[in-house]
Design a protein around this ligand. Structure first.
Ligand SMILES: *Cc1c(COP(=O)(O)O)cnc(C)c1O
Length: 236
């Protein structure tokens, strides 16, 4: 077994333990393997361990991976999630290649993704990125603006509103992590009252997965703990 496969096994069992510890059903929490900056071989390696959901942050890199798998490994049914910031001039390749987008944070992006989704493809599964820490520098809408953006998204035929995502401030103590995650869970619950199809809470990364699961996460986005540290030297 390769180290990537061992890591996936380990994280899968950690997710199961965390689910059990807080009384959640086994399988409630999905593992999204964040493969940004990692080569095709690493993704194939993870596929060997049964992993089928992958997250990418950079449009060009992500699209080239999707195209590669569609052309060379059409037998592997991968679900591709876009989890990086989106500029409005880069929405088209995202709309044409990804199954999910976690980072919709304004009306213009939602509208363009809808308009650019090719006919015949399933609607894009959309999460609204929420800024729960209210830091001006962080991307994402404030909790108060979520309902308005949700209204627009749910009116667009080529988008399906599924929930919210957040990247809270990186803190190491469990209680502080939990507070930020519970705030996002609250936003998701409010949203689900108006939009019954909302079932997804994308939160938790390699360093804070357990707190996210205790607070109700349904998708944890794990990069480093699966694929090892990233090398950004060619991304500057
Ligand atoms: C890179 C990234 C992750 C993965 O982070 P790790 O700490 O490596 O697990 C998760 N979510 C988003 C939005 C990311 O950009």
């Amino acid at each position: 077994m390769t180290s990537i496969q061992q890591n996936i096994e380990l994280i899968t069992s950690q997710i199961a333990q965390a689910e059990q510890k807080c009384g959640r059903a086994q399988g409630d929490v999905q593992l999204l393997a964040v493969s940004k900056t990692k080569p095709i071989e690493a993704i194939l390696d993870a596929c060997q361990a049964g992993q089928r959901r992958f997250g990418e942050n950079y449009v060009q890199e992500g699209v080239s991976k999707v195209v590669h798998f569609n052309e060379q490994h059409g037998d592997i049914d991968i679900e591709w999630h876009f989890i990086g910031p989106i500029q409005s001039n880069k929405t088209r390749p995202v709309a044409e290649h990804f199954d999910w987008v976690h980072t919709v944070d304004r009306a213009k992006i939602a509208q363009r993704l809808n308009d650019q989704r090719p006919q015949g493809m399933k609607p894009i599964q959309v999460l609204i990125q929420v800024n729960t820490s209210s830091e001006a520098s962080k991307s994402g809408v404030d909790s108060e603006q979520v309902l308005e953006l949700a209204q627009l998204i749910s009116s667009l035929p080529n988008l399906t509103l599924r929930g919210v995502m957040s990247i809270p401030e990186n803190v190491s103590d469990y209680q502080s992590q939990l507070i930020a995650f519970k705030a996002l869970a609250e936003v998701k619950n409010l949203l689900a009252e108006k939009h019954p199809q909302v079932d997804t809470l994308s939160m938790g990364m390699s360093g804070d997965m357990e707190a996210a699961i205790e607070a109700g996460s349904t998708i944890v986005r794990i990069g480093t703990a699966i694929f090892g540290a990233r090398d950004y030297s060619n991304k500057a």
